[in-house]
Design a protein around this ligand. Structure first.
Ligand code: NAD
Length: 355
């Protein structure tokens, strides 16, 4: 089974390398038959070929079963006409990766910053919402009619809302069967009103407990009472912000797994950015991308009815947990002594040998 690896910018190459090593260790142990194919993207590709997403990469992605995408330094990309394509946004739209699944959970012996334990998944709509650089078929969703006046469009559709809530309900059936729809319908009456109307309709089709929560109070409730929540479903930007908060509350932004999934393709991507401040220093925590790759294996296992992939994903989660439980086997962002490479070596050893 072919997987495409796109290392990205900043700490991307370091954590993608770590993830490739872990995938190889898992492939060996669980006989997954993985074939890892690397393609250059981002600033390195821009320098070499004039585009952060060179021609041919998308075809390679489409020809593979799944993708591991390192973070990219979009904040310093040149405009699109000068080759600065946001690879993450481009793949989400062209492969219709409408569901961004972002789990967060506290772990025994790892300090967390909320008042309660947490074990939840934020299901974030990934193709519309307030992302005005990508939510239009043509033309930008941001405009400046006169100097000093800037407008931004937020797109919410009935079908986009239905399919993301369906993804959340399906996930809840495999978990604790509770779905919380997060919105700001008291202000965004039309857009979030439509989102909620569709969410209620879809949730009635499933045997799940369904409730609604305003986004601003949700931010506080994640700190105060996160143990009340199982699956949180929301629109694009709310989900982006709440999932970073949830990951940090569990210990570090470097722990947040993230899978962008559609009906046919999936892209594993760290929840955090390219961390240019620590790039190339062997200081990055690779866990976020590792756990995202684990989510990809689990997704592939369900898609192909191949239980070995699910077992490999569960083994990866368990061995990451074992390392995180011990302060001597954590990376620097969690107060531990290990660099990216030493953490990866310790993990790969466990992936190969631990029961
Ligand atoms: P960031 O997530 O890259 O970094 C925020 C802070 O967290 C930094 O102090 C960083 O060192 C730390 N951090 C992040 N990941 C870490 C890890 N794995 N291990 C240890 N520490 C980690 O956010 P930013 O600084 O706001 O953005 C940097 C760049 O990343 C920008 O160009 C931005 O556009 C881009 N970005 C990309 C993505 C993506 O590729 N999906 C997402 C968000 C931001």
């Amino acid at each position: 089974m072919k997987l495409t690896l796109l290392p990205g910018d900043g700490i991307g190459p370091e954590i993608t390398q770590a993830t490739a090593q872990a995938l190889q260790a898992l492939a060996q142990r669980f006989a997954l038959g993985l074939d890892l194919e690397w393609h250059e993207i981002g600033l390195a590709a821009l320098e070499r070929s004039g585009s952060t997403l060179p021609p041919g990469v998308e075809a390679a992605v489409r020809a593979s079963e799944g993708v591991v995408l390192g973070p990219i330094s979009t904040a310093i990309y040149p405009p699109r006409e000068k080759g600065g394509i946001n690879v993450s946004a481009a793949l989400r739209i062209s492969l219709d990766l409408y569901a961004n699944l972002r789990p967060s959970r506290t772990r025994e012996a790892l300090p967390h910053y909320g008042r309660t334990e947490m074990d939840l998944v934020i299901v974030r709509e990934n193709t519309e919402g307030f992302y005005s650089d990508r939510n239009m078929a043509s033309g930008p969703g941001e405009l400046m009619p006169v100097p000093g006046v800037a407008l931004s469009l937020r797109k919410v559709t009935a079908e986009g809302s239905r399919r993301i809530v369906r993804a959340a309900c399906e996930l809840a059936l495999r978990r604790r069967r509770k779905v919380t729809a997060v919105h700001k319908a008291n202000v965004l009456k039309l857009t979030d009103g439509l989102f909620l109307e569709e969410a209620r309709r879809v949730a009635r089709e499933y045997e799940v407990e369904y409730e609604e929560q305003l986004v601003d109070s949700m931010a506080a409730l994640l700190v105060r009472q996160a143990d009340r929540y199982d699956v949180i479903v929301t629109t694009n930007m709310f989900g982006d912000i709440l999932s970073d908060e949830a990951a940090e509350l569990c210990g570090s932004l470097g722990l947040g797994g993230s899978l962008n999934a559609g009906d046919h393709h999936a892209v594993a991507q760290a929840a955090h950015g390219s961390a240019p401040d620590i790039a190339g220093q062997d200081r990055a925590n690779p866990v976020s991308l590792l756990l995202s790759a684990g989510q990809l294996l689990e997704w592939l296992g369900r898609k192909h009815s191949a239980p070995a992939f699910g077992e490999a994903a569960a083994h990866l989660e368990r061995q990451v947990d074992v390392l995180l439980a011990n302060s001597d086997t954590r990376t620097g962002d969690l107060g531990g002594p290990l660099g990216t490479r030493a953490f990866t070596e310790a993990l790969c050893l466990r992936l190969k040998e631990a029961p």
